[in-house]
Design a protein around this ligand. Structure first.
Ligand code: MSP
Length: 499
């Protein structure tokens, strides 16, 4: 690691492979991807990891039901998630599978670092295989876990982690690092949960063997959540390069769904404290998508297939919709009608139209803008707006306020459309060519800023725009492109109607 270089680790959760990828998984992927792409634009060296979580009783049972061996089942299912990464244009640096030898080694070494906090005892309680966790008696309602999953009685010899010893240290950490858990409402939930008292955590299973064997034991496998959480450091090369691992963890943003926040914001930090590894910078908990107002479930048959939606409406269209429709951190509802509206109003009418008409006007000037403009106050105001937009986006992205960041970019789209209407280039072309050059230059500058703003969200669209205006820069800091010494290519529609 070089001095003065800025680093960031961005992670998605690793996905359970007992079912096919759905829109909720695509959402987690795209969210982390937007954050990773933004950081790269902002000059950070990013390590972005994703992958599949392949151990545990749930996967073993699914393989059994499918009538194939569990490793073969894992290979097939993991491949589907890899395919989803390609389908959503994920810019990951690593796709990790928990059945890989590198992870086995890493998880076992990680376990060894926790040994001073581990003891053996007997556990008896209600286990939810679907959530892969024991559910406290007082949280069981009508024989079910709070998630609605069925529970079963289990009694087994188990290794325990002294989580109770970490209660005060965790609370102290949350207090000193107010931005560790975001959004704030989720942070408060975690704090209340920890304040209500932490019990030691059962961290091994002996009733099944589809897991990572525990060092020094021949009949226990690791609790799937220790195994899964350790993926983040495996991806960094743990157990090698411990300094690098700690440094990167300190600059890490974990993107997780609200239902797995507890694992990331309570257990994982306690494990890391015990292991002497730096805690992540931030854990961002996002909300859940319903479909036409209903919870998605296989049994209801209303699960949205990301591959189908992307095929039908286009990838950038989906990426835009998911982060424009709903505040990142809150729940949202998916409907094709809402998606279609966003595509036709925001994308085709506002953004697509702006780019198309500005660039078509430049074609009327033989594809070239002339030097030496005399910018009027209106053009200067648009330049200022474009610059301010970039710095506002940076501030918002720093807080992972993806929704507002996108809002700020589209505000500039509206302003630019209004500016075009006010300046009436269709009249200037007949009356005042120098002024037309000035107006179009200001609009190009604004479009350039817009392309930077949307680039993390809609990478392919941004790429097209960059090509239209001959911009090759890949950093937010590269401003002041000279639009005067170049020939602009003829534009094609950004959001063709047939998509
Ligand atoms: N394997 C664990 C994570 C281990 S991370 C060390 C897991 N996997 S999961 O496949 O069940 O969920 C992965 C992510 O998908 C979670 O962050 C979850 O919130 C997200 N989603 C699953 N369904 C979702 C929606 N309907 N809406 C939004 N996101 C949802 O948990």
């Amino acid at each position: 690691m070089k001095k003065n270089e800025k680093f960031a680790l961005i992670t998605t959760p690793i996905y359970y492979i007992n079912g096919d990828p759905h829109i909720g998984h695509a959402y987690a992927d795209i969210a982390a991807d937007i954050i990773a792409r933004f950081k790269r634009f902002d000059g950070f060296r990013v390590h972005f990891s994703t992958g599949t979580d392949e151990h545990g009783i749930k996967v073993a049972r699914s393989a059994e039901n499918a009538g194939i061996g569990v490793q073969e089942f894992s290979d097939i299912m993991s491949e589907k998630f890899r395919k989803m990464s390609r389908a959503v244009n994920l810019s990951e640096d690593d796709f990790i599978r928990t059945t890989e030898p590198r992870h086995l080694k890493s998880a076992r070494e990680f376990w060894k670092l926790l040994e001073k906090d581990i003891y053996k005892s007997t556990y008896s309680g209600w286990y939810s295989a679907r959530d892969e966790e024991y559910v406290p008696e007082n949280e069981i309602v009508d024989g079910k876990a709070p998630s609605g999953a069925p529970v079963e009685r289990m009694e087994e010899e188990s290794y325990f982690f002294r989580l109770s010893d970490y209660q005060d240290r965790l609370l102290d950490y949350y207090e000193k690092n107010p931005d560790f858990i975001v959004p704030i409402a989720r942070r408060n939930e975690v704090i209340n949960f920890v304040k209500s008292g932490l019990k030691d955590l059962s961290i091994s299973r002996s009733k099944f063997d589809w897991g990572i064997p525990i060092p020094g034991s021949d009949n226990h496998v690791m609790y799937v959540w220790i195994d899964a959480l350790a993926n983040y450091i495996t991806s960094l090369g743990f157990p090698d390069n411990k300094d690098y691992v700690s440094e990167m963890m300190g600059n890490c943003i974990h993107v997780v769904g609200k239902e797995i926040l507890r694992f990331h914001a309570v257990y994982w930090p306690a494990f890391l404290m015990s292991a002497g590894i730096t805690l992540p910078k931030r854990i961002f908990a996002h909300g859940w998508w319903t479909h036409n107002g209903q919870k998605m479930s296989k049994s209801v048959g209303n699960v949205v297939d990301p591959f189908e939606i992307i095929e039908k409406y286009g990838l950038d269209q989906l990426r835009y919709f998911m982060f424009r429709e709903v505040c990142f951190g809150e729940d949202g509802d998916f409907s094709e009608d809402a998606l279609k509206n966003r595509i036709s109003y925001d994308l085709a009418n506002d953004l697509g139209n702006l780019v198309q008409r500005v660039l078509s006007f430049i074609q009327k000037l033989d594809g070239r803008l002339t030097v030496n403009y005399d910018f009027s106050e209106e053009e200067k105001a648009l330049f200022t707006n474009a610059r301010q937009m970039i710095s506002r986006v940076r501030c918002l992205m720093e807080k992972q306020d993806l929704h507002s960041a996108l809002g700020v970019v589209f505000d500039l789209v509206s302003k630019s459309n209004k500016f075009t209407n006010d300046m009436k280039p269709w009249e200037l072309v007949k009356t005042d060519i120098p002024r037309l050059n000035a107006v179009l230059t200001a609009l190009c500058e604004s479009i350039r800023a817009i392309a930077f703003g949307i680039a993390p969200f809609m990478p392919e669209t941004a790429e097209k725009i960059f090509k239209f205006i001959n911009v090759e820069g890949k950093l937010f800091t590269e401003i002041d492109v000279n639009f005067t010494d170049q020939k602009f290519p003829s534009p094609t529609p950004l959001f063709p109607k047939e998509k």
